[in-house]
Design a protein around this ligand. Sequence first.
Ligand code: SF4
Ligand code: SF4
Length: 389
Amino acid sequence: MDTMDRRQFIKSSVMGASVSLLSASPLTSIAGQAAPSHVAQGKILKRPLGRTGIELPVVSMGVMRADNPALVRAALDSGMRHLDTAHGYQKGNNETMLGEVLKDYPRDSFVISTKVPPDAKDAFLANLDLSLNRLHMDHVDILYVHGLTAGDDVVSPSTLEALKAARESGRARHVGVSTHRNEPEVIRAAVRSGVYEVVLTSVNFKQDHYSEVKKAIAEAAAAGVGIVAMKTMAGGFHDKERTKPVNCKAALKWVLQDPNVTTAIPGITTFDQLTENAGVNYDLVMTEDEKSSLIPGKSEGGLYCPGCPGCTDRCVKRLPVPDIMRAYMYTYGYRDARMAQDLLLGLRIAGDPCGECEACTVGCPRGFNVPARVRDVARLSSVPAEFLV
Ligand code: SF4
Ligand code: SF4
């Protein structure tokens, strides 16, 4: 439950010297007015986004699950500059909500990204046009092809052609790819292509393969490809019952210790979360308590599935197990059953996907009871959407 509304947020921002949310940056705020600088207690930490020429505060807003226009305005007031959405979020309503908010702001006062699913060039561009229509914009700053997990898909001629057409037509200033798993391969393919300027990738303290992700990120940075981090909170909880929360502020800082990560886009749905995340824009130093709070999380199974290579191949039914686990995380970690249902329906998961399968062959190294989780979350597919909040 959010304990703070927009008015309280602004009041606490002005009064809270330690949080110092109102920006001293040269950003313009609503109606082009400069944000009041006299209340700032420090400088917002910013980093360049690869070779794009864009510089961003280290913390941005993942708008994905937000539906409150006041929250977006408060994020911009706090000094956040980059807003991340996608064609499919909230069935398009996320982009529509952002479009309504942002029409009151100068176009150069924010950086917006959206993501469009991979498709043939004409279909891809038609979806981009629909997104732009919802956003009331003639271009986005960053256009990602959404959710690729294989290097071959990243460099497929049809995908590259669609992205180049979007950029050349002026509908996207910069192009990128987003990835939830197999991140090192996707990042390296993006670099190799010479086309992508940004990669939006999962990064967090629960990734067993983090050292490989970090290496690929360094290679991308060296090649001038900007890195935006997502899934930094690793699901937000270590357990389904939500009795063991992740220290989200510590987890966010942990990812940003890597200077090759330009910015992170934690999903923000409440003013309390905004306050916590916006504070990180001024202070990345991790306390000893914050450091130690992340260690137990690494040793527990938790809600975050890192998408181990070969997981789907080991399933006798070739179920997209990592994606189903993501739906499980959305359900129990994010408490966002709608988003989980959208994902499951997109994957065509319904009924009892594990069926009569007697012994699970996935062999999850995290100790997840995979069939139990699959069966549990698959029930969502048959719930009428109007029952889901
Ligand atoms: S083996 Fe377990 S942790 Fe790895 S991708 Fe599959 S479900 Fe996720
Ligand atoms: S129990 Fe389910 S997840 Fe495990 S191998 Fe069988 S079908 Fe795949």
